[in-house]
Design a protein around this ligand. Structure first.
Ligand SMILES: NC(=O)c1ccc[n+]([C@@H]2O[C@H](COP(=O)([O-])OP(=O)(O)OC[C@H]3O[C@@H](n4cnc5c(N)ncnc54)[C@H](O)[C@@H]3O)[C@@H](O)[C@H]2O)c1
Length: 258
């Protein structure tokens, strides 16, 4: 029996990076996966990759910051498969690495809209379907939802958004425990994905130096891989974690352990 056999999962931001790795692994372990994203080409490729390997996936365009999109897609997935068991709130953007006094209100709004409001909207519209039979919500926060970054670009609004996700996780865990809905957060450190590639390319010191400097701060000496996080998603999504809710799991190679 696969670890999430026949469960129905929605993975936001599933087209690339961590979301894609989680979608592929959940499908390999028997889940039917709805990949949702705003990047349609890679989203369709992810759908094809999973279906081509004998799994079951569908791709839908969905902006997590749009309530209309989120409502429509949750309804469609629930109607097609009869329920929603797993929601992986993974979609996120990093925003510009600026200190607070340089951040504009539109910059603040965009990052908070995707990273925090997106989690709120997807949870809001998935929960009614989960209330029928329970479920698992996995929120992808960040180590920067727990600590500030001293070795890296200034304290910026990403921290505010990811801190909100951490707390929303605990609050929802308590609120929905009676419905059999578990809610946990994952706090990745530096994982090699298109997001990290972009952050490095934008670094004033140049990407090579940025990578060298950062990896020096990681006790395990290197960036993580998307699958390192995907296995944690799988654990929280599966019944193996049936007594785990409101918890936070750091996956960072020891980055914030010192
Ligand atoms: N990569 C890291 O080092 C790292 C570390 C800590 C936390 N995270 C978090 O993990 C999650 C995934 O990050 P990643 O590194 O895979 O990023 P990524 O940029 O490689 O992938 C993010 C995906 O989200 C999608 N997306 C962006 N805005 C969206 C929106 N409004 N609606 C729907 N989809 C949207 C993108 O199109 C993309 O497919 C994010 O929440 C990120 O903050 C990443």
């Amino acid at each position: 029996m696969a670890r999430v056999q026949d469960k129905v999962a929605i993975v936001t931001g599933g087209a690339m990076g961590l979301g894609r790795a989680a979608s592929v692994l959940l499908a390999q372990e028997g889940a039917r996966v709805a990949i949702v994203d705003i990047a349609d080409e890679p989203g369709k490729q992810a759908e094809k990759e999973i279906n081509g390997a004998g799994g079951e996936a569908l791709y839908r365009h969905m902006d997590v910051a749009s309530e209309e999109d989120v409502r429509r897609v949750c309804r469609e997935v629930a109607e097609k498969y009869g329920r929603i068991d797993i929601l992986v709130n993974n979609a996120g953007i990093s925003g510009s690495p600026k200190p607070t006094h340089e951040i504009s209100v539109p910059e603040w709004n965009r990052v908070l809209d995707v990273d925090a409001k997106g989690v709120f909207l997807c949870t809001k519209h998935a929960v009614p379907y989960m209330k029928k039979g329970g479920g698992s919500i996995v929120n992808i926060s960040s180590v920067y939802g727990i600590v500030a970054g001293v070795d890296n670009p200034p304290p910026y609004l990403y921290h505010a958004a990811k801190g909100a996700v951490r707390m929303m996780t605990k609050s929802d865990a308590v609120c929905y425990a009676k419905d059999g809905i578990r809610v946990n957060s994952i706090h990745p450190g530096w994982i090699w994905t298109p997001m990290l590639d972009q952050v490095g390319k934008a670094a004033p010191e140049g990407q090579e130096e940025f990578n060298r400097r950062l990896q020096k701060h990681i006790p395990l000496g290197r960036y993580g891989e998307p699958r390192d996080v995907a296995f944690a998603v799988l654990y929280f999504a599966s019944d193996e974690s049936k007594f785990v809710t409101g918890s936070e799991l750091v996956i960072d190679g020891g980055y914030i352990a010192w």
